[in-house]
Design a binder for this molecule. Sequence first.
Ligand code: FDA
Length: 398
Amino acid sequence: MERFDVVIVGAGAAGMMCAIEAGKRGRRVLVLDHAKAAGEKIRISGGGRCNFTNLEGGRIERYLSANPRFALSALRRYPPSAFVALVERHGIAFHEKTLGQLFCDGSSREIVDMLLAEMKAAGVVLRLGASVDRVEKLADGFELALEGRGGGGERIACASLVLATGGKSIPKMGATGFAYDVARQFGLALTETRPALVPLTFDVSLLEQTKALSGVAVDVVVKCGRQTFAEAMLFTHRGLSGPAILQISSYWREGEAIEVDMAPGVDVFEGLKAAKTSHGKQAVATVLSRWLPQRLAHHLAEAEGAGGRIADQPDKALRRVADAVNRWRVKPVGSEGYRTAEVTLGGISTEALDGRSLEAKAVPGLYVVGEAVDVTGWLGGYNFQWAWASGWSAGQVC
Ligand code: FDA
């Protein structure tokens, strides 16, 4: 039976970073992945340009977890600037797009190639097309039984085992619940998992009202409970999407309403009343289109029964229209689910892990990194930052 110091299951962002660091320490490292290529989610991320970190990626309030302070140790030890320095060392050009989000100028492929080059330099062995069938605890480590193309029936032993198989998002890309299953096997607690950073869907009657708006994008402030996001929102043929909605989806729960201000910073009621005096002959929709895309302006004026000239509208009608713009309360029926969710909220409980090393407190030698852990970032490079930071931290000790 072949023996490694460290076996990492999952050649994604967190697994590769962990492998590089452990390899640099002289550990004999094997990375296993059942996919045909490493870093597939990195490759497709950020629309092919990989939003690889965020300048604000060290801010703990940008991460969701049952224990929001858990991520602090790893994020402090491996901050966004550390990953930026690595990217710069490899001569990869990048830019800040918006809100601290750093993207490659070229292709996300450059980030995958950088990680593969670093793994090679650190002597890491990468085996693709390999799934782990079973994991057993030995007195001095773990034994893995492999299945599939990369190692049918083979057994591998290791001192440290790192679970880096991510969450359940996008099963079509090979996401599995492997890390959760192994966690359960070893008695590690799990928190409830749900799709996050995901479009929200409407029921049939709401869709009937909004389907004409499909494709309309508008800058909004969206609110759910105490959480707000100011970003773009997109009407779709199934509900709502766009960065503002993906962000709020991580905070939204079934049965709750979200409140959307589609003209942030504009008191639409005051604006409509002023226009009633100064531009009485204008249609309400025309006045609304000062602040909203035309299609949305027309739709809202009609939907609120204020289709005619603004001078003919009682203030009550203008108030209704203004509320529909500044305070649209809407109850999504659900989300698009793991099929399209960018991440999985929840996962292996932080209670079960040491925040500095990501080692399971009750199972020495077992580590969990990346999205499999109950740490979920906002949209905008935060999830990769958590993957790099947690992978790096485990890589110092595993
Ligand atoms: P990741 O999912 O990357 O890797 C897990 C690996 O484990 C995969 O290679 C998988 O094949 C392998 N695996 C799974 N089960 C296995 C098994 N049973 N046996 C063997 N191998 C197994 N984040 C961000 O910060 N900026 C961005 O721009 C984007 N963009 C983005 C776009 C899209 C479309 C998605 C779906 C997601 C993003 N994200 C993102 C989120 C980001 O991709 C995600 O949080 C990280 O990839 C998580 O890294 P991990 O290494 O934890 O898991």
